[in-house]
Every structure is written in C-alpha cells, then in structure tokens.
Design a binder for this molecule. Structure first.
Ligand SMILES: O=C(O)CCC(=O)C(=O)O
Ligand SMILES: [Fe+2]
Length: 196
C-alpha cells in the first residue's frame, strides 16, 4: 500500500472533486440550489476501500460481497475488467459490465433518506469468479468516522409538502451506521427500519 500511496492520495483528491460536482448535480435534480447537498456536508466524510477478490475454485458455492446497499450518501466505485458486480433491478440481478475508464456511482441509504425517496439506494452484490483475481476501489462519501458530528439528517424540508410527507425519521449518521452494521449486510433492511 505504501508503494501506491501517492497514487491513492492523488486519486482521493480527484474523486473528491468529482464528488462535489455530483452533489451539485444531484441537488439540482432535486430542484434545490447546486450547493445544497455540500452545505449539508454530504461530501464531508470520505472513506476509500480497496477490495481484492482472489480467484475462487468453486464460485457457485461462494459470494464475493453479499447483497447490500451502501449506507452513506454516495459511492464512486472503480472496478477492473474481471466483472462480477450486479445490481438488483425490477426483481432480478443485472450484471454491471465493466467499462474501461468508467466509474459506477451508487446512491447510498442516507441520500435516499434525505431526498425522501427522490433517489433510491441501489442494492448490489459481487459474484465470486474463478477466472482471475478482481480488484475494485470504493470511495464512500459518508461521515461514518466523524463521531462527534451532531448534525441530524432527515428528509429535506424543501422537498416536503401535503402530498409529499416525510417518509423517514431524523438520525445522526453515527446512529444510522450503528444500526446498519449491527444487522450486517442483507438486502435493504437498515433503511426500512428508519421509515415512519
Ligand atoms: O467490489 C465491488 O465492486 C463492490 C464493493 C461494494 O459493494 C462495497 O464496497 O460496498
Ligand atoms: Fe457496496
């Protein structure tokens, strides 16, 4: 890891910039001013996780990463050419075919919660493969590790009306994370427990 630390720092800086732009576009898509989500500090916590999946001799008996949705606000994911990532859409698993140079951007549970279902977090998993080792780099925007944060996150007030009532209760990021990790990876159970 020391060998590529400069590359990872540079990568972090660039994905951070990309994240800011994405949060601006997502704010606008919700009909809010571009700086809305960054003012809410959705881009403030960043966690970079590098995954290594060794080749699996019996992939039909194993799973690379179990079914889950990401807990934070947004994930920028880089996968290599091996494949195996799938998203759950309309009751079936769909392969996310690797595209060289492309990122996969996943909406996380907390963005679903504050957008009051305007955006939906996506369930995904990674199948085990026996062809070759697989590497992916996940960059999570979430304040998991800002335990002192006292900001409460709930459905954005500007998005609510008589017809669009709040669907979730407010939460601290750390309380959401505690619940998410206490139940483990398994479908989208964590966010449903915050539904009113
Ligand atoms: O390895 C991948 O492509 C996905 C990993 C993942 O879903 C995660 O880290 O949350
Ligand atoms: Fe994930």
């Amino acid at each position: 890891m020391l060998i590529c630390s400069d590359a990872l720092l540079e990568y972090t800086e660039q994905v951070n910039k990309l994240g800011k732009t994405l949060f601006e576009l997502l704010s606008e898509a919700l009909g809010l001013k571009p700086s809305y989500l960054t003012e809410l500090e959705c881009d403030q916590g960043q966690i970079l996780i590098c995954h290594y999946y060794p080749p699996c001799p019996q992939p039909e008996l194993a799973i690379g990463t179990s079914r889950h949705s990401d807990a934070g606000f947004l994930t920028v994911l880089l996968q290599d050419e091996v494949g195996g990532l799938q998203i759950f859409n309309e009751d079936r698993w769909v392969d996310v075919t690797p595209t060289p140079g492309a990122f996969i951007v996943n909406i996380g549970d907390l963005l679903q919660l504050i957008s009051n279902d305007g955006f939906r977090s996506v369930e995904h998993r990674v199948l085990a493969k026996n062809a070759a080792p697989r590497v992916s780099i996940a960059f999570f925007f979430s304040t998991h590790f800002h335990p002192a944060s006292t900001r409460m996150y709930g459905p954005i007030k500007e998005l609510l009306s008589e017809e669009n009532k709040p669907l979730y209760r407010e939460t601290l990021v750390r309380d959401y994370m505690k619940h998410y990790f206490s139940i483990g990876l398994d479908a989208k159970t964590a966010i449903s427990d915050f539904r009113l």
